[in-house]
Structures are given as C-alpha cells and as structure tokens.
Design a protein around this ligand. Structure first.
Ligand SMILES: *[C@@H]1O[C@H](CO)[C@@H](O)[C@H](O)[C@H]1NC(C)=O
Ligand SMILES: *[C@@H]1O[C@H](CO)[C@@H](O)[C@H](O)[C@H]1NC(C)=O
Ligand SMILES: *[C@@H]1O[C@H](CO)[C@@H](O)[C@H](O)[C@H]1NC(C)=O
Ligand SMILES: *[C@@H]1O[C@H](CO)[C@@H](O)[C@H](O)[C@H]1NC(C)=O
Length: 522
C-alpha cells in the first residue's frame, strides 16, 4: 500500500516537473499600434503568459498602463515628436468630423503612407532594432498585434521562430484571409451590420448592404497587402540569407490567430478554422483586483447604486466642447446615484457635486465588477462593452468614432442598453435615457443572461491563451493546424483548372463524336 502511495506521489511529482519544464519560454510581443485600448488587450494576452512563467518582452510605442511584472520587460520605441503631433491632430479631427468607419478606412488607405511610415520608424527605432538585429535573447515565439503593420512579420523570420497574430475584435476579412476562415457575406455580417436580438439571418436589404461592405473591406485588404509587400521589401532589403521568406510566404507561416471574441454568445455563428482561436474577454480579469481605498469606500457606501462614466482612452473629455460637458454634468450631478467620472484635467472640473467622483485613471474592469454599479455610460469601445457584458452591467452608449457607433447599435439591438448621438445630445434626452436603463429591468436581465452564456466555456480566455500558445511551442509552430486554403492560389481554390479540363474534354468528345458520325459540326 505504502509502495503505491509512493509511486503515485512520484508520478505526480514527475508530471508536475514535466509541465513546469515546458514553461519559461522567451516570447516577444510586437504591438506598434498607437491605440491605447488595443495595447490593453494585447498586454492582457502577454500578462497571461507572464503569469504562467514565460519570459515576456514587449515592444510598444507607448508605456502600457500595467503594473510592473517580474516576467515582463517592456521596451518602448516612442514615435518621433512630429509623428506624435500628427496622430494627436488626427484624433482631434476625427472626433470633430465624426466620420463613419468607412470614411475612416478610406482615409486610412489614402493617408496610409503617413501612418505606415510611422510603423517603419517604430521598427527601426534603435531600442527595437537591437532586439532582432543583435539578439542577446534567443526568442522562441513572436506575438504580433496587426494594425497595418503586417510587414513586421519579417522579424519572426529574422529570429527563426513561429509567430502568433492577436487581434482585438471579431475577425474582419483582413484576419479571415490570413487563416482561411470562410467569410461568406450572405450570412456573415460585416463590420457595423447589426442584427436584432434573436435574428439569425439577414434580410434582403441587409444582405445587399453587407455584400457592399464586405467587398469594400476585401478591396482595402488587397490594397493593404500590396502596400505591406512593398514595405516588407524595404524593411528587410538587407537580408543576406537567400532562404529568407518573402512577404507572402511569411503570411503563410503564421501559426495561430487569437481574436478577442466569443461567438456562441456574441454571434454570428460561422465556420472558422482550427487555427483561429477565440479569446473573447481576455482583458477582463477573472477576479477583480481590490479598488483604491477612497474609491472603494465611495462605491461601497452608494446606497442608491453607482453610475460609471468613461469615454475611454483615445478620447479625453477635454476634446469635446464645454456645452457637452455642461449637459453631462447638469444631468449627472442631479441624480440620486453616485457617479464615477473619468475626467482628464482635474484642475478644471465641470463642477464639485458631492455625488461625483472625478479621476483621470480608473480601473474600469474592477469598477464594473463592483456589485453596486447599475449603469455604464460608455463611448462603446469594444473593450469596455465586453467588460460590461462580462459583468452584466447595462449600458448607455455615447459613441464617438471608428467602430464605436456600430458597437453601440449592436449593443442596443441586443437589448443591453441604449445609445445616443453625442453631437446632438440634449439634457432631457440624456436624463430620460438614464432613467430608462436604470429603471426598466429588461436591460439588466438581458445582459445578465448574456453574461452567463459568455462565461460558459470549456476553457476560459486565459486558459485558451496558455494552452494554444504552448501548443504552438510544443509542436514547433503547429503548422499542421493550417487550412489548405491558404496554400492555394486563386485558380486552385476555385477549381478553375479542373473545370477548364472538364470543359475541354467535353468539347473534344463532342468533336470526336462529330468525326465518328461524319456529321458536319460547326
Ligand atoms: C514568473 O515566472 C516564474 C517562472 O519562471 C514563476 O515561478 C513566477 O510565478 C512568475 N511570476 C509571476 C508574478 O507570475
Ligand atoms: C528574459 O528576457 C530578457 C529580454 O527582455 C532577457 O534579458 C533575459 O535574459 C531573459 N531571461 C531569461 C531567464 O532568459
Ligand atoms: C541597409 O544597409 C544599408 C547599408 O549598409 C544602410 O544604409 C541601410 O540603412 C540599411 N537599411 C535597413 C532598413 O536596415
Ligand atoms: C470647485 O472647488 C474648487 C476648490 O474649492 C474651486 O476652486 C472651484 O472653482 C470649484 N469649481 C466649480 C466649478 O465650482
């Protein structure tokens, strides 16, 4: 008996050591995006791997808002002052013009050079360049956050290691084409196509619009790829290795696609390949961290509940005019609820109402996890919406630009809350909608149901990141997961050659029959 116990004990010990020895790989994260909210999602992926014991190095353009971690080294390769100024102007202008996602995308294509140049500058920044030109560390894996910077895939080739792509939302044609996901516009809604709750197929007009949007994104994708290829050639022109892959080869060497989405709860249900892995809600902590003392007390003592108001990281509340700030303040300061308001310039607050707590940095996720929070007023960025959905907090959305209006519409159609146009906002309208979402129980019930579905998965988002990343490491890139589709050219994937041969045979058979029958065939 004792013998068996010893053997079992030894086995457990051995297994334990075995799992442990697969840890401690050196992983390089490349996140050149200038969007802080994207960096938050990417850092959540990397932190998961660091907590697991991997040695993480991350290169970004901005210092991520993440507490220091003993297993994460952050290397910042900041943009030049001119580039920074340009981006700030761009953001401000984008807020004022409130362009649709399509205009934003068009602009992105037209102004591509300015933004893309920024990505080249990022890559050749001495802080970054040293890592791949002169590596002191042998990296085992590269994780790249794509945002018109796909040419940076070449860094993985330089470091001779596999590469994983991590994307912050639902896969768009840009991502689908990398792994070979079926993106059929007859039933896969494109960007900003919102279906009603419970509606599973699109109506005629929706499908018509969807086809156009889909084709537009497809064309943008092709143009971008063309551009990326040029940039790749430029960035890796000094390669001495004749085996060095070209851009298109490198795209076919991607091991995995992580994307921040959970289709069973968020929809649509659509075919995806085994190489694309859902990690929806990765930025949401399974367990909230304790709140700062003062804030915790403010929330705990809120007998009438709490409204959390934040317009995210890209826009700060100084960007909009004093009229809008006044409307917001006049309504929020009159409510019986307590309000936590993210406000940048604390020396210049819109007022001193005792029910409002202003702060310029708030742990959004931890606040939304607080049981007293009844309503989240948000710009409807993907990250914030996901957090509110995870915690089951109804929303009032004030979208500003990019995909936010689309997120807000989808959120409203799903029955999780309401949305209002920030640019035509009135105090009455705001007040009425706040009351509606607070007092009508349907919003809380609907989002509560969603929350239950969202959390019900075989592996949590974090577990998925760990399992699949280590899978790629264990299987030297795990290329066996790839869909054959990505290795086929246009002719082969559409069987054009096969149909051509069938036609030829048919034709020649017909002419043969003509000869036999001695008919005068034309
Ligand atoms: C850092 O990695 C080591 C293993 O290399 C692990 O034991 C430790 O728990 C990790 N640190 C944190 C804070 O997760
Ligand atoms: C972890 O990565 C850093 C580079 O960011 C490197 O300097 C360090 O030596 C690595 N640690 C280990 C244990 O490999
Ligand atoms: C390529 O090499 C040339 C000459 O050695 C150098 O001037 C240039 O900056 C290099 N380009 C890149 C992208 O490293
Ligand atoms: C809020 O209080 C501070 C300090 O008491 C004061 O300087 C400021 O003018 C007040 N702001 C408003 C809008 O009343």
């Amino acid at each position: 008996m004792i013998k068996y116990t010893t053997i079992v004990f030894l086995l457990i010990l051995l297994l334990g050591t075995k799992t442990h020895s697969s840890n401690g790989d050196n992983i390089l994260g490349i996140f050149g995006t200038h969007s802080p909210s994207h960096v938050i999602v990417h850092m959540a992926v990397m932190k998961t791997l660091a907590d697991r014991g991997h040695n993480i190095t991350v290169v970004t353009q901005m210092k991520p808002k993440l507490a220091a971690h003993e297993n994460i080294t952050v290397i910042v390769a900041p943009p030049t002052p001119e580039r920074k100024k340009f981006m700030e102007e761009y953001m401000k202008q984008t807020f004022n013009d409130k362009p649709s996602i399509w205009t934003t995308l068009m602009k992105a294509v037209l102004q591509a050079n300015v933004q893309l140049e920024g990505q080249i500058e990022f890559m050749v920044h001495p802080n970054f360049k040293e890592l791949y030109e002169n590596p002191q560390t042998k990296f085992d894996l590269v994780v790249l956050g794509p945002m018109a910077n796909d040419f940076q895939l070449g860094i993985a080739a330089k470091l001779h290691c596999p590469v994983i792509i991590t994307w912050v939302g639902v896969p768009l044609p840009f991502m689908d084409s990398i792994v070979g996901n079926v993106n059929d516009p007859s039933y896969v809604p494109s960007l900003n196509v919102a279906l009603e709750a419970g509606q599973s197929t699109m109506e005629f007009t929706q499908r018509l619009g969807n086809l156009f949007k889909h084709s537009f994104l497809d064309i943008v994708n092709k143009l971008l790829n063309f551009k990326m290829n040029q940039m790749y050639e430029r960035a890796f022109a000094n390669k001495t290795d004749p085996e060095f892959p070209n851009y298109y080869e490198m795209k076919r060497r991607i091991s995995l696609l992580f994307y921040n989405y959970h289709s069973p709860s968020e929809g649509p249900i659509r075919p995806t390949v085994p190489q694309s892995i859902e990690i929806g809600g990765i930025q949401v902590k399974d367990q909230p961290d304790p709140l700062p003392k003062e804030l915790a007390k403010f929330l705990d003592d809120a007998d009438e509940g709490v409204i959390f108001f934040s317009l995210g990281t890209n826009v700060n509340t100084n960007n909009f005019g004093p009229e809008i700030a006044n409307i917001l303040y006049s309504v929020l300061s009159q409510l019986p609820q307590r309000v936590v308001w993210k406000w940048e310039d604390l020396n210049n607050k819109p007022g001193n109402a005792s029910n409002i707590y202003f702060s310029n940095w708030l742990p959004q996720d931890d606040i939304l996890a607080h049981p007293k929070v009844r309503l989240f007023i948000t710009h409807a960025g993907k990250g914030g919406v996901a957090e509110a959905q995870y915690h089951g907090v109804p929303m009032l959305a004030l979208p500003i630009f990019g995909d936010q209006q689309g997120n807000a519409e989808i959120m409203t159609k799903s029955g999780f809350g309401r949305w209002l146009d920030m640019h035509t906002l009135t105090a009455e309208e705001l007040e009425e909608n706040i009351h509606e979402v607070l007092e009508n129980p349907s919003y809380r019930e609907t989002i509560g149901k969603f929350s239950t579905l969202y959390r019900d998965r075989p592996l949590t988002a974090r577990q998925s990141v760990v399992y699949w990343t280590e899978y790629v490491l264990r299987h030297q890139g795990a290329y066996h997961l790839q869909s054959p589709l990505i290795h086929m050219d246009f002719i082969a994937r559409n069987n054009i050659d096969v149909f051509g041969v069938i036609l030829l045979i048919k034709r020649s058979k017909e002419s043969y029959q003509c000869v036999i029958a001695d008919i005068n065939c034309v």
